[in-house]
Design a protein around this ligand. Structure first.
Ligand SMILES: Cc1ncc(COP(=O)(O)O)c(C=O)c1O
Length: 426
């Protein structure tokens, strides 16, 4: 039977996480470790890894076994289950702000619930977030740029969202002071993609929100159980009121969570809490078994040291690839996540979101598209982000130094290819 045409069946012919230029198309058939094979039998070194959900790589045997065992016992109870309680225990033990935890299926739902808890706790409506931050597809999560039109998002919701500049200590402090009686929450990615928090920034957020009775939410959907066992809270020493988790927590299955103190989490109690919520798939037992097996692997001695080694190696190979290709390019590696920003000079994380945006967006778009085509053809899967001017890749414990050397070689080759180098030089 002829293979169905994706473009006929789904808009754009792709799912939204990985949007490759139309001339390359990848429909995965299977994944194992750091590799993915598509339905045409082509092999890729995968740095997309389920949108960063697979910190152990594809189909790790321990997770696959835990999933199979739980699936045989039942998947959806819409109740607590043994693996879910064991997972909750681990989250509470690991996460500094956590006394309790509530579960959802996706990171977007977790940030949505966290915001609702903040509103219920404060009786206020407004939320302050940061330019360039992303907290999921819902109305508050996705709106990052103050002046941009947002088709499909209610003007009433827009009016309740304030957008500040990440790392702008004084400006943000002034906004928090001015809006102190209107703000329910500040939501922030503690490491915002290619921008690391400047010393004092998160501390200022902590101090001001505490003083003004605003709920501080760390969105740890990317950083949680990835940058450190205790997440960004552990790395920075700043403890928020609430934190959201997803991706790694579900070990490749749909599971996410909000963690925080009892005084806030009890607002979501199904026994009459004013912010109670429910979802048929929240806390799904198979997803919980996958998450538990994943955290068990990550909790073993040496797991995070190994991730840090791989992170350092990825930075080195990418930096050398850019140098050997003789082009401008900046490499930003924050946690086990790499970003390659062609056309940009300098090293390491950017000072703020504005500084990270391409100076010539049209040119950056062309370069990233061309690079995505070449990388895919060379057997590397990573996320092209043409609007942001970079290609982004997630590392996993399944990657090896040999994989990273191959990444470096293929990136160097891709940067030298006619079409990419034509875009890079004008
Ligand atoms: C920081 C952050 N928060 C929230 C989300 C939303 O998570 P999900 O895609 O599971 O809804 C994402 C997704 O990429 C994210 O990067």
């Amino acid at each position: 039977m002829a293979r169905p045409d994706p473009a006929r069946l789904v808009p754009g012919g792709t799912l939204d996480e990985l949007v490759l230029p139309a001339e390359v198309s990848v429909v995965p058939a299977r994944g194992a470790g750091s590799r993915l094979w598509d339905v045409d039998g082509r092999e890729y070194l995968d740095f997309t890894l389920g949108g960063g959900s697979l910190l152990l790589g594809h189909a790790p045997p321990a997770v696959a076994a835990a999933v199979a065992a739980q699936a045989a016992r039942g998947s959806a109870f819409a109740m607590l289950s043994e693996p879910l309680l064991a997972l909750a225990e681990r989250v509470v033990a690991a996460v500094p702000c956590a006394e309790q935890v509530v579960f959802t299926a996706t990171g977007a739902e977790a940030t949505y619930v966290a915001l609702r808890l903040a509103r219920a706790a404060t009786g206020r409506a407004r939320v302050l977030k940061f330019e360039g931050g992303y907290h999921g597809f819902h109305d508050v999560g996705t709106l990052g740029v103050p002046a941009s039109p947002a088709p499909g998002i209610s003007p009433a919701v827009r009016a309740e969202i304030l957008v500040a500049r990440f790392n702008d200590v004084d400006g943000t402090a002034a906004r928090l002071d001015a809006e102190r009686d209107a703000l329910a929450a500040v939501i922030v990615e503690p490491f915002q993609r290619v921008v690391a928090p400047r010393p004092g920034f998160l501390e200022m957020l902590r101090d001001r929100t505490r003083r003004h009775g605003i709920v501080l939410i760390f969105d740890e959907v990317v950083t949680g159980f990835r940058f450190d066992w205790r997440g960004a809270q552990g790395l920075t020493g700043v403890t928020p009121d609430l934190a959201t988790y997803g991706k790694v927590l579900g070990g490749g299955y749909p599971l996410a969570a909000v963690a925080g103190p009892r005084r806030l989490l009890e607002l979501a109690s199904p026994r009459g809490g004013p912010a109670a919520f429910s979802g048929s798939q929240h806390g799904n037992a198979v997803a919980a078994a996958a998450g538990l097996a994943t955290l068990e692997a990550l909790g073993r001695p040496g797991a995070f040291e190994r991730l840090r080694e791989l992170t350092a190696a990825a930075g080195d190979v990418l930096q050398s690839a850019v140098a050997q290709a003789g082009v401008d390019g900046r490499v930003v590696v924050l946690g086990p996540v790499w970003h390659l920003c062609p056309l940009v000079r300098g090293r390491g994380p950017f000072e703020d979101h504005d500084a990270s945006l391409p100076a010539d967006p049209e040119r950056a778009r062309r370069v990233i598209d061309a690079l995505a085509v070449e990388l895919t053809r060379q057997g590397v899967l990573a996320f092209p982000r043409p609007g942001r001017g970079y290609v982004r890749g997630y590392l996993s414990l399944a990657h090896t130094e040999a994989d990273l050397r191959a990444l470096g070689e293929r990136v160097r080759e891709a940067l030298r290819r006619g079409r990419v180098s034509a875009c890079l030089s004008g």
